[in-house]
Each structure stands twice: as C-alpha cells, then as structure tokens.
Design a protein around this ligand. Structure first.
Ligand code: IMP
Ligand code: MG
Length: 242
C-alpha cells in the first residue's frame, strides 16, 4: 500500500517515484552532459583568463552546480543568490524577488551564473540586469535545462545542458512545490498529482485559515470540513492501493 501523502515514511521508497510519469533525462545522460559543460567552461575561461566567480541561483541550482564545479578545471570561487518567482505553482507569476543577495563583490571579475532551468526567462532577465549594474569584467550564463518554446524574455545562454520540450519537470535539484529535488534524474510529474497536490493543499489552507476556527485548532466547527476532506481523499487512497 502506498499513501503518497504519508509524512511518516511508512510507505517507504516507492512514495517518491510513484508520482513520476516518465524519466526525461536519466542519470547517465546527466553525467555526460555535465561533464561536457565542465569541459566547455574550462576551455573558455582558460582562453580569456582572469578571476572567475561562479554564482548559483538557489535553490534549484544546488545539485547541478555541485556536480558542475567538479568538472571545471580552472580556479574559481562560488557564491549564491536566492530569488523567488513561482511560489508553489507551476506557472511563473512574473514577480521576481531577491530573497538573498551575494556575499562577494563581482566588480571587475568574470561571473558565470548557474541556473537549473530557463523557462520564460523572466527571472533571468531581471537578475542579469542587476548583476550587470555591478560592473563585472564578463557575465556568462550556464543553465542545465532550457525550454526555448516558453521564452517571453530573450536570454543569451552561453552554456546549455539540454533543450527540453514544454513540460513541467522535476528532480536533479528542480522542484514542484519544493518537493522532488532529491530525485537523481529529471522526471515528468504525473498530471493528476500536480492537480491533487494543488487542490488538496488549497482546500486544507482554506479550512485552516477560516476566521471561526479558534487558535487551539480544536473547534468543533471545523469537523464538518475535515469530514468533507476525508471523503474527498478516500477515492485517492483507494486508487493508490489498486
Ligand atoms: P522563468 O522565470 O520562467 O524562466 O523561470 C525560471 C525558474 O522557474 C527556474 O529557476 C525554476 O526554479 C522554475 N521552473 C521553470 N520551469 C520549471 C520546471 O519545469 N520545473 C521546475 N521548476 C521550473
Ligand atoms: Mg523552482
């Protein structure tokens, strides 16, 4: 039996994988592509020379960047920025917020920005403009994945792991609602799970934030809603078992 929403780990290993429809990029292909990118980047900076700082955009970059820097045979330092644009959904809100800025100055240095995926380009456009204003010696872009068909804001990509079709993918650092980053491959999430996660979380949020629910959460008034939620979940539990 697999209850994918079970937080206690009772249903074990299959819980994560059972929500993946197909594998888009397997572990072997990831290794080859990251090694190839490392070689291209090494060659490029060996030719132009100078100081190199690799800037990762958290959180999506963390798996890819950890692998990538180990394939770059050129002296470098690393720094990170965190931006948010998606909330918990699958569609960009276009509202890009800088959550955490760089520690180091990039003035006069070669900057390589590392991203997990470039989709509409909204996020990147804003970040690149901001970094450019800090007068780096050069500013280059490396992304593991690219969805060219979704672009609304043109972005110059200097090093790209792979172009992919317009599908919402997760794994290898990429998330859906902050989950799945730990998958060792890039997978496509089951459509019904995108729908289920969104609907159930919205429903629960609505119930729990109602003004007539007291702070102890023990109000008898939420009972009918919880009962309704139970009936709503029951078919999914049965389906999971079959
Ligand atoms: P953009 O601003 O539309 O280019 O979105 C860039 C950011 O959206 C990426 O850094 C990801 O965090 C997220 N994103 C876009 N497409 C996907 C996807 O297919 N899976 C997971 N995250 C995605
Ligand atoms: Mg994300």
């Amino acid at each position: 039996m697999e209850l994918w929403f079970n937080q206690d780990g009772v249903s074990g290993e299959g819980m994560l994988e059972s929500r993946i429809d197909s594998i888009l990029i397997g572990e072997e292909e990831i290794r080859e592509r990251v090694a190839g990118l490392g070689e291209q980047i090494t060659q490029y900076y060996s030719e132009i020379g100078g100081d190199l700082i690799v800037v990762g955009l958290l959180r999506g970059c963390f798996v890819f960047m950890a692998d990538l820097v180990r394939h770059i045979r050129y002296p470098l330092t690393v720094d990170f920025m965190a931006v948010s644009s998606y909330g918990d959904g699958t569609v960009s809100t276009g509202d890009v917020k800088i959550v955490m800025d760089l520690d180091a100055s990039i003035e006069g240095r070669n900057v390589l920005v590392v991203e997990d995926i470039i989709d509409t380009g909204t996020t990147f456009k804003k970040i690149l403009r901001m970094l450019n204003n800090r007068n780096p010696a050069s500013l280059k872009v490396c992304t593991f994945l690219n969805k060219p068909s979704r672009r609304t804001h043109p972005v110059q990509i200097d090093f790209c792991g792979k172009d992919i079709p317009d599908e919402f993918v997760c794994g290898y650092g990429l998330d859906y609602a902050q989950e799945y980053r730990n998958l060792p491959y890039v997978g496509v999430l089951k459509q019904e799970d995108i729908w289920r996660v969104r609907t159930i979380s919205q429903y629960l949020r609505k119930i729990m934030t109602r003004k007539d629910v007291d702070s102890s959460g023990s109000s008898a008034r939420i009972f009918p809603e919880m009962l309704g939620c139970g009936f709503f979940l029951l078919p999914h539990i049965i389906l999971q078992q079959s």
